[in-house]
Write a protein that binds this ligand. Structure first.
Ligand code: SAM
Length: 177
């Protein structure tokens, strides 16, 4: 994600707890560590929480992620959040083409209260791999409440499928400033 942003002229600070992933980042400052314990002395015009991390299985982890977003966004800045599509766990298996390859969501099974285990296959001409991860689906109401808990509020949905959301620091009454 860093590369197209840098190409478009943005100054990017890329945070990831995987040093291996950060080795692939060029043209941007990198910070290696968990988002939840990030310690920086600055604020940003835009904070980006991608990869559906807002669906963390552990609500404490989700709160910590959103708290970090709120902490580092400038007063008049925004937080861009990627959510799962609303039908992410229905109609499986399902596949879509991406960048010359295929992503197949094979299954989504309940594994605990409000938590599902999702199994995904990635098929590309030169590589195939699978990933299994936990997800806590969030209704629009759950999502709004999760943001409100950390002082954020939805400003607008940026895509027709409502997966990309622009949130802003909430005003004193908890609504949009
Ligand atoms: C789907 S990958 C996206 C990688 C890269 N940002 C990109 O756009 O290609 C998700 C990344 O999030 C990182 N990640 C997941 N949870 C994290 C957390 N709590 N703190 C820091 N990094 C995290 C993983 O290490 C992984 O590299």
């Amino acid at each position: 994600m860093t590369r197209p942003l840098v190409r478009r002229g943005f100054t990017v600070t890329a945070v990831d707890e995987s040093a291996h992933m950060l080795e692939r980042v060029h043209g941007a400052r990198t910070v290696c560590g968990p988002i939840a314990t990030l310690e920086l002395d600055e604020r940003f015009d835009v904070v980006l929480l991608a990869s559906c991390l807002v669906h963390a299985a552990d609500p404490g982890e989700r709160r910590a992620l959103l708290r970090t977003c709120r902490r580092y966004v400038a007063r008049d800045g925004c937080v861009l959040i990627q959510r799962e599509p609303e039908d992410a766990h229905q109609g499986l298996p399902r596949e879509r083409e991406i960048a010359g390859g295929l992503i197949r969501v094979v299954s989504s099974e309940p594994v605990g209260p409000g938590v599902r285990s999702v199994h995904v296959e990635y098929v590309f001409p030169d590589a195939r791999w699978t990933q299994t991860f936990l997800s806590r689906p969030l209704t629009t109401r759950d999502f709004d409440s999760a943001l409100a808990e950390e002082g954020l509020v939805v400003d607008t949905y940026l895509t027709g499928d409502r997966t990309w959301v622009r949130a802003v620091p909430a005003g004193p009454d908890g609504g949009r400033p």
